[in-house]
Structure formats: C-alpha cells, structure tokens
Write a protein that binds this ligand. Structure first.
Ligand code: LCS
Length: 394
C-alpha cells in the first residue's frame, strides 16, 4: 500500500508495510533465510532469467529487506530503495556504479572522512580522479567539471562543518552537464530534507544514524529517482556483496517508526542548546543551521524543513580545552557516530576525519578545535547541565 498521501510521521510507521499475509503479524516477519526453495527447476530458471520475480538468494534480495527499501523510498519520495550493510556500502555501491578508470568525481571538501578517502585513496588506485571543492558555492562545482566527470557527490549539511550546499543550484548544473547528482542526506534524515524533490538523481543514507536511531545497528540505503538507476546499482551491490542482513533490516524498520518523534525532540533541544552555547563565555564559535550566524542560514531555511540535531562548536583554549570538555561529560557519551537517541560528543580532527590528513582538513574548514555534538532525546535541561559542568572544567 502506498502511503504517500499521509503525513510524514504516519508514513514512518506504515510506509511499505502491511500485516503479514501468512498469520497477520502486525510487525513485519524476519525472513532469516539465506536462500529460497524453488518449486521445480523451471521456476528456478525463471527466477534467474527475470521472468519470475520471486526470491532466490538473500544477497540478491530478501522479503524483509524489500519492506525496508520500500519504506525509505516512500519517505524520500523516490522510486526504489536499495538497502546495504553499512552507509559506506551504500556509498561504495554508488561510486562503483558510476565511476571507473579515467572517470572523474566532484565532491564536497568536508564530506565524511572515509567517503573522501575511499574516492582518493582506494578508487584512486584504480584510475579514478576526484576533485573536492567547497560545494556551498555551487559555482565551484561548475568550475570543477571536466570532460570525464561522471559523478557529483555532495553531502549537505556536511560532516562535521555543517556547511550547506544548495541542492537545487547544483542539480541544475549537474543536469545541464548530464552528470548524475548524488546527495548524502544522513545528517537530515528524510524528515528534514528531500534531495530527490530538489532535483538530485539519487539520495543515500547511513541508516546507522537518524533513520535507525538507537546506536545498535550499522546499515545504509540508496534511494533512486527511477527503477533504471536502482537496477544499475543493484547489479553492482550483488557483486560487491555489501547486502544488508534481514535481521538488521528488521531492526531498522523498528527504529524508523519513531524517526519523526526522535528527530523533532532532538532538534528542539539542539536549537536551544546552540543558542545558549553561542552566548557561553567559554565558547569561541558555534555552527548550527538554525542560528542566524550560520553562513547559509537563509538557504538552510529554504532547503531544509528544520535545522537538525547536529551542532559543531569550538571552545576557547583550542584542542586542550576541547579535550577537557570531552573528558568531563557524564551524561553525553564520548563516541563517534551520530543520530542516536543518546547525546554523543566527538573530536573530528583526531577521530572521524583523522584519515583525511591535516592539509585537507584545514582546506575543508575542519579546525583542530572543532567539537561535534549529536544532540539526543534526553531532557534538554539534563543535556545542558552536563555540557555546562564540562565547560566549567576548562
Ligand atoms: N555518511 C555520513 C554523512 C556519515 O556521517 C557516515 C558515518 C557515513 C556516511 C558512513 O556510514 P556507516 O558506514 O558508518 O554506516 N559517520 C560517522 C561519524 O561521523 N562518526 O562515526 C561514523
């Protein structure tokens, strides 16, 4: 059943799902089976030739996984989803589908560290070229296009600078040049931003973050604007083997039911926290799309349905003072990842973005003192009291 007519919060609970046909289970059954029996040899052959669309083998497709794919595709307003074992598996599937020896990719300078190093270091070994620019100025994307550019891959808001790229403007440039545009929408979740509606061809997520939301699963998804693109990426995924496990897919289906509730709650706290942090005497600067001080505040208001739950800030006293804060929080957890129900704090320069090197970090605006805070769903007063006592320790 399509749920596109209902509100987003409703779709989180029902999209792609119906009571199980066998016993009426309200929760989607977990088809924890690696393989599927054929009635006879002809049926097996028909499944492999594509004449029969029944299931064959879980690396290629699974009923539980299909429900999750349909659910997220509906939430993103796309034609079809392709769930993957991790967010990086979604990203590598996209890169392996559109890039190859002699091809060129353009990406956001401060894209998630491993997305950048995958392009530069790993695909670079196979003859893929990549250029990283500040995509918050769409003109930089246009200038970077070469005759062999085969992919424009942006992340907005970017991790961890929270820099915002104008999806409509970049989509126009990509379309004129006939290059596919892929957007990593992890920081927003489909609640806050719908890149396909803004002109992107493909949107992807680390579902490890807001979509699952409980810091207990790693998973990813790619949602395509049409079935042809999904089919191209599916072939690559099946061969690369980064398929999601059905139990993991079921856990994400469980998590996504509360996506709207969680993100709205965390976002409300993040807005208040960012405003108060900006006034705190020990804080040098705060970057949050909901603050007027954010360089793309107006664009964020236009393109996103809310500023989200991620805040970056720097305390006075640089890295040493930042370490004191991270070592002094009690309620928030010093850990990488984001988008969980619990507040998480981390230091990108020595953790998530350490691999990209100091020069690339400086160019991308990831300062050594930047602290990233993923606001959770704890009571606002508790989150604030914990962070404030940590700031007092500086
Ligand atoms: N895209 C973004 C924007 C991310 O933040 C991450 C992970 C990924 C893709 C990759 O997803 P994964 O394979 O981990 O599911 N970001 C992390 C972070 O900032 N801290 O730890 C992981």
């Amino acid at each position: 059943m399509k749920h596109s007519a209902v509100k987003f919060d409703t779709a989180c609970i029902h999209a792609g799902q119906a009571p199980d046909k066998l016993f009426g289970g309200v929760s989607v059954p977990i088809y924890q089976s690696s393989t599927f029996a054929f009635e006879d040899a002809d049926q097996g052959a028909a499944r492999f030739s594509g004449k029969d669309d029944g299931y064959k083998y879980t690396r290629i497709g699974n009923p539980t996984t299909a429900v999750l794919e349909n659910c997220i595709a509906e939430l993103e307003g796309g034609a079809a989803g392709l769930a993957t074992a991790t967010g990086m598996s979604a990203i590598s599937t996209v890169f392996m589908t559109f890039l190859g020896a002699g091809k060129h990719a353009i990406s956001t300078g401060s894209v998630y560290g491993p997305s950048r190093t995958l392009l530069e270091n790993e695909l670079g070994r196979f003859g893929v070229e990549s250029t990283f620019v500040d995509t918050s100025d769409a003109q930089n994307v246009k200038t970077a296009i070469k005759s062999n550019t085969a992919l424009i891959y942006i992340e907005t808001p970017a991790n961890p600078t929270l820099s915002i790229t104008d999806i409509v403007a970049v989509a126009k440039i990509a379309k004129e040049a006939g290059i596919p545009l892929v957007v990593d929408n992890t920081f927003c979740s489909p609640l806050l931003q719908k890149p396909l509606k803004l002109g992107a061809d493909i949107v992807l997520h680390s579902m490890t973050k807001f979509i699952n939301g409980h810091s207990d699963v790693v998973a990813g998804i790619v949602v395509a604007k049409n079935l042809e693109l999904r089919s191209k990426m599916h072939k690559v995924l099946c061969q690369m083997g980064g398929t999601i496990d059905p139990h993991q897919a079921w856990l994400v289906l469980r998590g996504v039911k509360t996506l709207a509730l969680r993100v709205k709650s965390a976002q409300a706290s993040a807005m208040r926290l960012a405003e108060e942090l900006e006034k705190h005497p020990k804080v040098e600067w705060v970057k949050y799309p909901g603050l007027k001080s954010h360089p793309q505040y107006e664009l964020a208001k236009k393109q996103m349905e809310g500023p989200g739950a991620m805040i970056s800030f720097e305390v006075k006293g640089g890295v040493k003072a930042g370490k004191t804060v991270m070592d002094s929080v009690n309620l928030s957890t010093l850990a990488v990842s984001l988008g969980g129900i619990e507040s998480l704090i981390q230091h990108p320069a020595s953790m998530t973005h350490a691999g990209m090197g100091a020069v690339a970090r400086a160019e991308a605006g990831i300062s050594d003192g930047l602290i990233r805070f993923s606001v959770g769903c704890e009571d606002f007063e508790d989150i604030k009291a914990d962070l404030w006592q940590a700031l007092d320790k500086i």
